[in-house]
Design a protein around this ligand. Structure first.
Ligand SMILES: NC(=O)c1ccc[n+]([C@@H]2O[C@H](COP(=O)([O-])OP(=O)(O)OC[C@H]3O[C@@H](n4cnc5c(N)ncnc54)[C@H](O)[C@@H]3O)[C@@H](O)[C@H]2O)c1
Length: 404
Protein backbone atom coordinates (compact mmCIF):
# COMPACT_ATOMS: atom_id res chain seq x y z
CA UNK A 1 0.00 0.00 0.00
CA UNK A 2 2.64 2.48 1.01
CA UNK A 3 6.42 2.58 1.35
CA UNK A 4 8.53 5.27 3.00
CA UNK A 5 12.24 5.35 2.19
CA UNK A 6 14.61 6.71 4.79
CA UNK A 7 18.32 7.37 4.63
CA UNK A 8 19.89 8.45 7.88
CA UNK A 9 23.34 10.01 7.92
CA UNK A 10 25.10 10.27 11.25
CA UNK A 11 28.61 11.56 11.79
CA UNK A 12 30.48 10.90 14.99
CA UNK A 13 33.52 12.98 15.78
CA UNK A 14 35.78 12.39 18.75
CA UNK A 15 39.40 13.05 19.59
CA UNK A 16 41.96 10.71 21.10
CA UNK A 17 44.15 12.83 23.36
CA UNK A 18 47.59 12.01 24.71
CA UNK A 19 48.55 13.64 27.97
CA UNK A 20 50.01 13.16 31.44
CA UNK A 21 48.35 13.58 34.82
CA UNK A 22 44.81 14.17 33.57
CA UNK A 23 43.41 14.90 37.07
CA UNK A 24 46.37 17.10 38.05
CA UNK A 25 45.58 20.67 39.15
CA UNK A 26 47.41 22.16 36.14
CA UNK A 27 45.92 19.91 33.47
CA UNK A 28 43.09 21.69 31.61
CA UNK A 29 42.32 18.98 29.06
CA UNK A 30 39.11 17.72 30.71
CA UNK A 31 37.85 21.29 30.98
CA UNK A 32 38.25 21.66 27.23
CA UNK A 33 36.64 18.31 26.51
CA UNK A 34 33.58 18.71 28.75
CA UNK A 35 31.79 21.65 27.23
CA UNK A 36 29.00 23.47 29.09
CA UNK A 37 28.21 24.47 32.66
CA UNK A 38 26.44 22.83 35.58
CA UNK A 39 27.13 19.46 34.12
CA UNK A 40 26.86 16.23 36.00
CA UNK A 41 29.44 13.48 35.84
CA UNK A 42 29.88 9.96 37.17
CA UNK A 43 33.32 8.39 37.35
CA UNK A 44 33.98 4.64 37.32
CA UNK A 45 37.39 3.36 38.36
CA UNK A 46 39.18 0.08 37.69
CA UNK A 47 39.67 -1.62 41.09
CA UNK A 48 43.10 -3.00 40.10
CA UNK A 49 44.27 0.48 39.19
CA UNK A 50 42.89 1.91 42.43
CA UNK A 51 44.74 -0.74 44.42
CA UNK A 52 47.99 0.21 42.68
CA UNK A 53 47.30 3.93 43.13
CA UNK A 54 45.21 4.37 46.29
CA UNK A 55 45.35 8.17 46.13
CA UNK A 56 43.50 8.32 42.81
CA UNK A 57 39.91 8.75 44.16
CA UNK A 58 41.07 11.73 46.23
CA UNK A 59 42.82 13.24 43.18
CA UNK A 60 39.58 12.96 41.21
CA UNK A 61 37.51 14.45 44.03
CA UNK A 62 39.98 17.34 44.32
CA UNK A 63 39.76 17.98 40.58
CA UNK A 64 35.96 18.19 40.68
CA UNK A 65 36.05 20.30 43.85
CA UNK A 66 38.35 22.76 42.07
CA UNK A 67 35.84 23.03 39.20
CA UNK A 68 32.59 22.88 41.15
CA UNK A 69 31.31 25.99 39.37
CA UNK A 70 31.06 23.90 36.18
CA UNK A 71 30.73 20.26 37.19
CA UNK A 72 29.04 18.17 39.81
CA UNK A 73 30.61 14.83 40.65
CA UNK A 74 27.52 12.68 41.21
CA UNK A 75 29.23 9.34 41.71
CA UNK A 76 32.71 7.91 42.07
CA UNK A 77 32.58 4.14 42.00
CA UNK A 78 35.11 1.36 41.83
CA UNK A 79 34.61 -1.90 39.92
CA UNK A 80 36.69 -5.08 39.93
CA UNK A 81 39.39 -4.94 37.24
CA UNK A 82 40.02 -7.49 34.50
CA UNK A 83 37.59 -9.96 32.91
CA UNK A 84 35.62 -10.29 36.19
CA UNK A 85 34.05 -6.96 35.39
CA UNK A 86 32.89 -8.19 31.96
CA UNK A 87 31.88 -11.67 33.06
CA UNK A 88 29.87 -11.20 36.27
CA UNK A 89 26.64 -9.35 35.35
CA UNK A 90 26.26 -7.60 38.71
CA UNK A 91 29.01 -5.14 37.78
CA UNK A 92 27.39 -3.70 34.68
CA UNK A 93 24.05 -3.76 36.51
CA UNK A 94 25.63 -1.67 39.25
CA UNK A 95 26.77 0.87 36.66
CA UNK A 96 23.20 1.11 35.37
CA UNK A 97 21.88 1.60 38.90
CA UNK A 98 24.47 4.24 39.80
CA UNK A 99 23.64 6.17 36.63
CA UNK A 100 19.94 5.98 37.43
CA UNK A 101 20.42 7.02 41.07
CA UNK A 102 22.70 9.91 40.06
CA UNK A 103 20.03 11.37 37.79
CA UNK A 104 22.39 11.67 34.84
CA UNK A 105 20.91 12.82 31.55
CA UNK A 106 22.10 12.61 27.93
CA UNK A 107 24.26 15.76 28.33
CA UNK A 108 26.01 14.29 31.39
CA UNK A 109 29.40 12.62 31.33
CA UNK A 110 30.35 9.09 32.25
CA UNK A 111 34.10 8.98 32.79
CA UNK A 112 35.59 5.48 32.85
CA UNK A 113 39.17 5.03 34.02
CA UNK A 114 40.75 1.62 33.66
CA UNK A 115 41.87 -1.32 31.59
CA UNK A 116 40.08 -2.55 28.46
CA UNK A 117 37.81 -4.88 30.42
CA UNK A 118 36.44 -2.17 32.72
CA UNK A 119 36.04 0.18 29.76
CA UNK A 120 34.11 -2.48 27.82
CA UNK A 121 31.76 -3.17 30.73
CA UNK A 122 31.11 0.45 31.74
CA UNK A 123 30.74 1.59 28.13
CA UNK A 124 28.26 -1.23 27.54
CA UNK A 125 26.14 -0.28 30.56
CA UNK A 126 26.34 3.44 29.80
CA UNK A 127 25.31 2.91 26.19
CA UNK A 128 22.06 1.35 27.41
CA UNK A 129 21.09 4.06 29.90
CA UNK A 130 18.89 6.70 28.28
CA UNK A 131 20.48 5.50 25.02
CA UNK A 132 23.82 6.85 26.09
CA UNK A 133 25.16 9.83 28.00
CA UNK A 134 28.54 11.19 26.85
CA UNK A 135 31.34 8.71 27.43
CA UNK A 136 34.87 9.77 28.19
CA UNK A 137 37.21 6.81 28.09
CA UNK A 138 40.45 7.01 30.04
CA UNK A 139 42.34 3.79 29.24
CA UNK A 140 45.06 2.91 31.75
CA UNK A 141 46.81 -0.11 30.23
CA UNK A 142 49.15 -0.35 27.25
CA UNK A 143 46.62 -2.50 25.39
CA UNK A 144 43.65 -0.24 26.08
CA UNK A 145 45.57 2.92 25.14
CA UNK A 146 46.88 1.46 21.92
CA UNK A 147 43.77 -0.42 20.84
CA UNK A 148 40.57 -1.08 22.76
CA UNK A 149 39.97 2.39 24.18
CA UNK A 150 40.07 4.03 20.78
CA UNK A 151 37.15 2.30 19.04
CA UNK A 152 33.38 1.99 19.21
CA UNK A 153 32.88 -1.47 20.64
CA UNK A 154 31.62 -2.36 24.09
CA UNK A 155 31.31 -5.89 25.41
CA UNK A 156 30.35 -8.35 28.10
CA UNK A 157 31.19 -12.05 28.30
CA UNK A 158 28.52 -14.71 28.61
CA UNK A 159 28.98 -18.49 28.93
CA UNK A 160 27.97 -18.44 25.23
CA UNK A 161 31.17 -16.59 24.39
CA UNK A 162 33.50 -13.68 24.93
CA UNK A 163 31.96 -10.32 24.05
CA UNK A 164 28.68 -12.11 23.31
CA UNK A 165 26.78 -9.04 24.51
CA UNK A 166 27.89 -5.76 23.05
CA UNK A 167 26.94 -2.47 21.50
CA UNK A 168 28.60 0.17 19.34
CA UNK A 169 29.00 3.35 21.36
CA UNK A 170 31.21 6.11 19.94
CA UNK A 171 32.94 7.92 22.81
CA UNK A 172 32.73 11.67 23.40
CA UNK A 173 36.51 11.65 23.84
CA UNK A 174 39.39 9.32 24.67
CA UNK A 175 42.19 10.42 26.99
CA UNK A 176 45.40 8.41 26.99
CA UNK A 177 47.33 9.48 30.09
CA UNK A 178 50.81 7.90 30.01
CA UNK A 179 51.32 8.42 33.75
CA UNK A 180 48.81 5.68 34.48
CA UNK A 181 51.19 3.14 32.95
CA UNK A 182 53.70 3.64 35.79
CA UNK A 183 51.82 1.22 38.04
CA UNK A 184 51.02 -1.33 35.36
CA UNK A 185 52.56 -4.76 36.10
CA UNK A 186 55.22 -6.01 33.67
CA UNK A 187 53.00 -8.84 32.47
CA UNK A 188 50.33 -6.36 31.30
CA UNK A 189 52.90 -4.02 29.74
CA UNK A 190 54.20 -6.90 27.61
CA UNK A 191 50.74 -8.27 26.75
CA UNK A 192 49.78 -4.79 25.56
CA UNK A 193 52.34 -4.93 22.76
CA UNK A 194 50.31 -7.58 20.86
CA UNK A 195 47.75 -5.23 19.22
CA UNK A 196 50.59 -3.06 17.93
CA UNK A 197 52.09 -6.07 16.14
CA UNK A 198 48.63 -7.02 14.89
CA UNK A 199 47.99 -3.73 13.13
CA UNK A 200 51.62 -3.26 12.02
CA UNK A 201 51.69 -6.68 10.31
CA UNK A 202 48.49 -5.88 8.42
CA UNK A 203 48.92 -2.22 7.66
CA UNK A 204 52.28 -0.59 8.24
CA UNK A 205 55.67 -2.14 7.34
CA UNK A 206 57.53 0.89 8.75
CA UNK A 207 55.80 0.45 12.10
CA UNK A 208 56.65 -3.26 12.01
CA UNK A 209 60.31 -2.32 11.52
CA UNK A 210 60.04 0.04 14.50
CA UNK A 211 58.55 -2.72 16.67
CA UNK A 212 61.26 -5.12 15.53
CA UNK A 213 64.02 -2.65 16.37
CA UNK A 214 62.48 -1.75 19.74
CA UNK A 215 61.32 -5.26 20.73
CA UNK A 216 63.78 -5.64 23.62
CA UNK A 217 63.08 -2.11 24.85
CA UNK A 218 59.34 -2.81 24.80
CA UNK A 219 59.88 -6.02 26.73
CA UNK A 220 61.84 -4.09 29.36
CA UNK A 221 59.07 -1.47 29.63
CA UNK A 222 61.09 1.43 28.20
CA UNK A 223 58.78 4.47 28.48
CA UNK A 224 59.86 6.22 25.30
CA UNK A 225 59.49 3.10 23.11
CA UNK A 226 56.16 2.23 24.76
CA UNK A 227 54.71 5.72 24.28
CA UNK A 228 55.79 5.88 20.64
CA UNK A 229 54.28 2.47 20.07
CA UNK A 230 50.98 3.44 21.73
CA UNK A 231 50.62 6.62 19.68
CA UNK A 232 51.18 4.90 16.33
CA UNK A 233 49.09 1.86 17.23
CA UNK A 234 46.19 4.04 18.40
CA UNK A 235 46.44 6.04 15.19
CA UNK A 236 46.33 2.91 13.04
CA UNK A 237 43.51 1.27 15.01
CA UNK A 238 41.48 4.48 14.88
CA UNK A 239 42.09 4.78 11.13
CA UNK A 240 40.91 1.23 10.69
CA UNK A 241 37.64 2.00 12.48
CA UNK A 242 37.18 5.25 10.54
CA UNK A 243 38.06 4.03 7.07
CA UNK A 244 36.79 0.51 6.75
CA UNK A 245 33.56 -0.53 8.42
CA UNK A 246 32.97 1.23 11.78
CA UNK A 247 29.79 -0.65 12.64
CA UNK A 248 31.12 -3.90 11.22
CA UNK A 249 28.35 -4.66 8.78
CA UNK A 250 30.69 -6.53 6.43
CA UNK A 251 32.11 -10.01 6.76
CA UNK A 252 35.87 -9.54 6.93
CA UNK A 253 37.15 -7.22 9.62
CA UNK A 254 40.90 -6.54 9.47
CA UNK A 255 41.22 -6.18 13.21
CA UNK A 256 39.93 -9.73 13.65
CA UNK A 257 43.36 -10.96 12.49
CA UNK A 258 44.49 -13.32 15.28
CA UNK A 259 41.29 -12.70 17.23
CA UNK A 260 39.17 -15.68 16.22
CA UNK A 261 41.46 -18.14 18.04
CA UNK A 262 42.45 -15.62 20.74
CA UNK A 263 38.86 -15.31 21.92
CA UNK A 264 38.50 -19.10 21.93
CA UNK A 265 41.76 -19.42 23.91
CA UNK A 266 40.59 -16.89 26.49
CA UNK A 267 37.36 -18.79 27.08
CA UNK A 268 39.10 -22.17 27.07
CA UNK A 269 41.54 -21.06 29.77
CA UNK A 270 38.80 -19.50 31.91
CA UNK A 271 40.35 -16.07 31.22
CA UNK A 272 43.64 -17.06 32.88
CA UNK A 273 45.35 -15.54 29.86
CA UNK A 274 45.50 -11.80 29.39
CA UNK A 275 43.75 -10.71 26.22
CA UNK A 276 47.08 -9.56 24.75
CA UNK A 277 48.72 -12.92 25.49
CA UNK A 278 45.91 -14.83 23.78
CA UNK A 279 46.06 -12.40 20.87
CA UNK A 280 49.83 -12.99 20.49
CA UNK A 281 49.24 -16.75 20.15
CA UNK A 282 46.31 -16.07 17.80
CA UNK A 283 48.48 -13.86 15.59
CA UNK A 284 51.22 -16.54 15.56
CA UNK A 285 48.66 -19.12 14.42
CA UNK A 286 47.33 -16.89 11.64
CA UNK A 287 50.90 -16.09 10.57
CA UNK A 288 51.54 -19.82 10.24
CA UNK A 289 48.44 -20.18 8.04
CA UNK A 290 49.55 -17.18 5.97
CA UNK A 291 53.01 -18.70 5.51
CA UNK A 292 51.57 -22.08 4.50
CA UNK A 293 49.44 -20.34 1.89
CA UNK A 294 52.45 -18.49 0.49
CA UNK A 295 51.07 -15.11 1.54
CA UNK A 296 54.18 -14.55 3.64
CA UNK A 297 57.64 -15.71 2.64
CA UNK A 298 59.53 -17.94 5.11
CA UNK A 299 62.03 -15.17 5.90
CA UNK A 300 59.30 -12.58 6.44
CA UNK A 301 57.44 -15.02 8.67
CA UNK A 302 60.54 -15.85 10.69
CA UNK A 303 61.43 -12.18 11.18
CA UNK A 304 57.98 -11.35 12.59
CA UNK A 305 57.92 -14.38 14.88
CA UNK A 306 61.38 -13.50 16.19
CA UNK A 307 60.41 -9.88 16.79
CA UNK A 308 57.27 -10.88 18.72
CA UNK A 309 59.31 -13.35 20.76
CA UNK A 310 61.95 -10.72 21.48
CA UNK A 311 59.19 -8.41 22.73
CA UNK A 312 58.38 -11.09 25.32
CA UNK A 313 55.06 -12.18 23.78
CA UNK A 314 54.03 -15.82 24.28
CA UNK A 315 53.28 -17.36 20.90
CA UNK A 316 52.04 -20.72 22.04
CA UNK A 317 49.64 -22.10 24.63
CA UNK A 318 48.82 -25.71 25.49
CA UNK A 319 45.10 -24.97 25.24
CA UNK A 320 45.59 -24.74 21.48
CA UNK A 321 45.67 -28.56 21.67
CA UNK A 322 42.39 -28.87 23.52
CA UNK A 323 39.88 -31.12 21.69
CA UNK A 324 36.11 -31.44 21.76
CA UNK A 325 34.38 -34.82 22.17
CA UNK A 326 34.21 -35.29 18.40
CA UNK A 327 38.01 -34.94 18.23
CA UNK A 328 38.12 -31.50 16.61
CA UNK A 329 40.32 -28.78 18.03
CA UNK A 330 38.20 -26.62 20.33
CA UNK A 331 39.68 -23.42 18.98
CA UNK A 332 37.85 -24.26 15.73
CA UNK A 333 34.75 -23.03 17.55
CA UNK A 334 36.36 -19.59 17.28
CA UNK A 335 35.96 -19.80 13.49
CA UNK A 336 32.30 -20.73 13.83
CA UNK A 337 31.73 -17.83 16.25
CA UNK A 338 33.50 -15.48 13.88
CA UNK A 339 31.03 -16.43 11.14
CA UNK A 340 28.06 -15.97 13.49
CA UNK A 341 29.32 -12.55 14.49
CA UNK A 342 29.19 -11.34 10.92
CA UNK A 343 26.28 -13.48 9.74
CA UNK A 344 28.27 -15.09 6.98
CA UNK A 345 30.82 -17.82 6.30
CA UNK A 346 33.91 -17.18 8.43
CA UNK A 347 36.25 -14.82 6.62
CA UNK A 348 39.72 -14.36 8.06
CA UNK A 349 41.88 -11.40 7.24
CA UNK A 350 45.48 -12.26 6.48
CA UNK A 351 48.60 -10.24 5.70
CA UNK A 352 49.51 -10.46 2.04
CA UNK A 353 53.22 -9.81 2.50
CA UNK A 354 53.16 -6.38 0.89
CA UNK A 355 52.12 -4.41 3.99
CA UNK A 356 48.43 -4.86 3.28
CA UNK A 357 45.87 -7.56 3.96
CA UNK A 358 43.15 -9.58 2.25
CA UNK A 359 40.14 -11.66 3.31
CA UNK A 360 40.27 -15.45 3.09
CA UNK A 361 37.03 -17.40 3.22
CA UNK A 362 38.09 -21.01 2.87
CA UNK A 363 40.30 -21.82 5.86
CA UNK A 364 39.75 -25.53 6.54
CA UNK A 365 39.90 -27.54 9.77
CA UNK A 366 42.88 -29.46 8.34
CA UNK A 367 44.72 -26.21 7.72
CA UNK A 368 44.20 -25.12 11.32
CA UNK A 369 45.31 -28.56 12.61
CA UNK A 370 48.48 -28.32 10.57
CA UNK A 371 49.24 -24.76 11.68
CA UNK A 372 48.76 -25.68 15.37
CA UNK A 373 51.26 -28.57 15.04
CA UNK A 374 53.77 -26.38 13.23
CA UNK A 375 53.42 -23.60 15.78
CA UNK A 376 54.13 -25.97 18.65
CA UNK A 377 57.26 -27.26 16.93
CA UNK A 378 58.34 -23.72 16.09
CA UNK A 379 57.88 -22.51 19.68
CA UNK A 380 59.78 -25.51 21.05
CA UNK A 381 62.64 -24.87 18.63
CA UNK A 382 62.91 -21.27 19.79
CA UNK A 383 63.62 -22.51 23.32
CA UNK A 384 67.04 -23.69 22.07
CA UNK A 385 67.99 -20.25 20.84
CA UNK A 386 70.04 -17.88 23.02
CA UNK A 387 67.60 -15.03 22.31
CA UNK A 388 64.73 -17.03 23.76
CA UNK A 389 66.74 -18.22 26.74
CA UNK A 390 67.29 -14.64 27.81
CA UNK A 391 63.52 -14.05 28.01
CA UNK A 392 61.85 -13.80 31.40
CA UNK A 393 60.14 -17.03 32.50
CA UNK A 394 56.71 -17.66 31.01
CA UNK A 395 53.82 -16.24 33.01
CA UNK A 396 52.33 -18.62 35.61
CA UNK A 397 49.11 -18.93 33.62
CA UNK A 398 51.00 -20.11 30.58
CA UNK A 399 53.42 -22.56 32.15
CA UNK A 400 50.76 -23.84 34.56
CA UNK A 401 48.17 -24.82 31.99
CA UNK A 402 49.39 -28.36 31.41
CA UNK A 403 46.05 -29.93 32.39
CA UNK A 404 44.35 -29.31 29.04
N1 LIG B 1 36.33 -2.69 22.80
C1 LIG B 1 37.28 -3.08 21.98
O1 LIG B 1 37.33 -2.68 20.81
C2 LIG B 1 38.35 -3.98 22.48
C3 LIG B 1 39.49 -4.23 21.68
C4 LIG B 1 40.50 -5.03 22.20
C5 LIG B 1 40.37 -5.59 23.47
N2 LIG B 1 39.25 -5.34 24.21
C6 LIG B 1 39.08 -5.92 25.55
O2 LIG B 1 40.02 -5.35 26.45
C7 LIG B 1 40.22 -6.28 27.52
C8 LIG B 1 41.69 -6.38 27.85
O3 LIG B 1 42.10 -5.13 28.30
P1 LIG B 1 43.50 -4.91 29.05
O4 LIG B 1 44.57 -5.58 28.32
O5 LIG B 1 43.56 -3.47 29.28
O6 LIG B 1 43.37 -5.75 30.38
P2 LIG B 1 42.42 -5.63 31.64
O7 LIG B 1 41.38 -4.61 31.48
O8 LIG B 1 41.97 -7.03 31.90
O9 LIG B 1 43.41 -5.15 32.80
C9 LIG B 1 44.47 -5.99 33.22
C10 LIG B 1 44.74 -5.80 34.70
O10 LIG B 1 45.38 -4.52 34.92
C11 LIG B 1 44.73 -3.80 35.99
N3 LIG B 1 45.03 -2.40 35.71
C12 LIG B 1 44.46 -1.59 34.79
N4 LIG B 1 45.14 -0.42 34.71
C13 LIG B 1 46.15 -0.50 35.61
C14 LIG B 1 47.22 0.39 35.98
N5 LIG B 1 47.42 1.53 35.34
N6 LIG B 1 48.03 -0.01 36.98
C15 LIG B 1 47.89 -1.21 37.59
N7 LIG B 1 46.94 -2.11 37.24
C16 LIG B 1 46.08 -1.74 36.26
C17 LIG B 1 43.31 -4.28 35.93
O11 LIG B 1 42.66 -4.13 37.17
C18 LIG B 1 43.48 -5.76 35.57
O12 LIG B 1 43.74 -6.50 36.71
C19 LIG B 1 39.62 -7.60 27.07
O13 LIG B 1 38.42 -7.83 27.74
C20 LIG B 1 39.37 -7.39 25.59
O14 LIG B 1 38.29 -8.15 25.11
C21 LIG B 1 38.25 -4.55 23.74
Amino acid sequence: MMRLEQTVHVTFRYAIHFTRDIFGPNNRLLLDIMSGRQLRAAVFLDGGLEQARPGLPAEIQDWFAAHRDRFELCALESLPGGETCKTEPEHYQRVVQVLRDSGLDRQSYVIMVGGGAVLDAVAFAASLVRRGPRQIRVPTTVLAQSDSGTGLRTGLNLPAGKDFLGTFAPPWAVVNDFNFLRTLPRRDRIAGVAPAFQVAILKDPAFLSFLTAKAAALREGDDSATEQMIMRSAELHAAQVRQSDPFEAGTARPLDFGHWSAHALETLTGYQLRHGEALAAGIALDLMIARNRGLLGPEQHKAIMRAMTAAGLPLWHLALHCRAEDGTLRIQQGLVEQGRQTGDAPALVMPDGSGDCRPICDVSAEEVECAVKQLEIYWASLADEPEQQSLPPATPAISGYAKV
